[in-house]
Design a protein around this ligand. Structure first.
Ligand SMILES: [Zn+2]
Length: 250
């Protein structure tokens, strides 16, 4: 692999030895990559202006090392710091949740420029006046769709008959179940038509249009609970930020 150039958003930062750090990026052209940046800590390190902070957007130049799957990052220039996010504990927590969720759902090497754009758009929206809760719900739904994990909402996932308002939601089957198929999952839960409508709308429209849709507080609460349970069911690792936010913004 020759020297590569792309832009990426930092998902994670780990300090390594005395002067180096390991950064995990979600990049536009290469998906998730991990790379070492040398000489950026300690007394002789130059001023990087936030380029190495979590969820900074950077222009990076990197190349493969002889061994392992960690790259060497030779250049890392800050493109956007998303400053407003860092000035609010609520925005900061939601941005932390968004990058942790993305990190847990993606594997190194799976490249998807739509996922990069989704992350970038979500951070831009979190920097503005949008409700962080709404940004998180849109991010979750769009990420599920892009990762091929979107629940089936237009018909019964077991027998295929078109969806009606009396269908229930099955975590196990990953979508709606009709009354005749309820025997296949006794744990299926009720779901509001507004919740189904919102999820379908977010999945099928652009990020900008999805961000403008408002929902009732009842649907908002159900979306939050249902998506949380669905994500926990489909992601093996429990997310650290979820418990933290529960305590902070309940
Ligand atoms: Zn059915």
């Amino acid at each position: 692999m020759p020297i590569q150039k792309t832009e990426g958003i930092i998902l994670r930062r780990q300090d390594l030895r005395e002067t180096s750090i390991v950064l995990t990026f979600y990049t536009r052209d290469f998906g998730k990559i991990k790379g070492i940046v040398r000489g950026v800590r300690g007394p002789r390190a130059g001023f990087a202006g936030g380029a190495f902070e979590v969820f900074a957007l950077d222009d990076i130049i990197f190349y493969e090392r002889k061994s392992g799957d960690i790259f060497t990052i030779s250049q890392c220039d800050l493109s956007d710091y998303f400053a407003p996010i860092r000035e609010s504990l609520e925005k900061l927590s939601y941005a932390g949740y968004v990058v942790e969720l993305l990190d847990s759902i993606t594997s190194p090497g799976d490249k998807n420029s739509d996922i990069f754009r989704l992350l970038h758009n979500s951070l831009k929206l979190l920097s503005g006046d949008s409700s962080p809760r709404r940004v998180a719900r849109i991010f979750e739904i769009k990420l599920l769709a892009l990762a091929g994990l979107m629940p089936g909402l237009d018909r019964c996932v077991n027998c295929g008959i078109p969806a009606e308002s009396n269908f229930r939601f099955s975590l196990h089957h990953g979508g709606l179940l009709c009354r005749a198929c309820l025997d296949t999952d006794r744990m299926a839960v009720s779901i509001l038509p507004g919740t189904v409508k919102f999820m379908e709308h977010v999945r099928s429209s652009t990020f900008e249009r999805a961000a403008m849709v408002k929902v009732s507080s009842e649907v908002g609460r159900e979306l939050e609970t249902l998506l949380r349970r669905y994500l926990d069911y489909h992601i093996e690792r429990r997310l650290k930020t979820v418990q933290f936010m529960k305590e902070l913004f309940a």
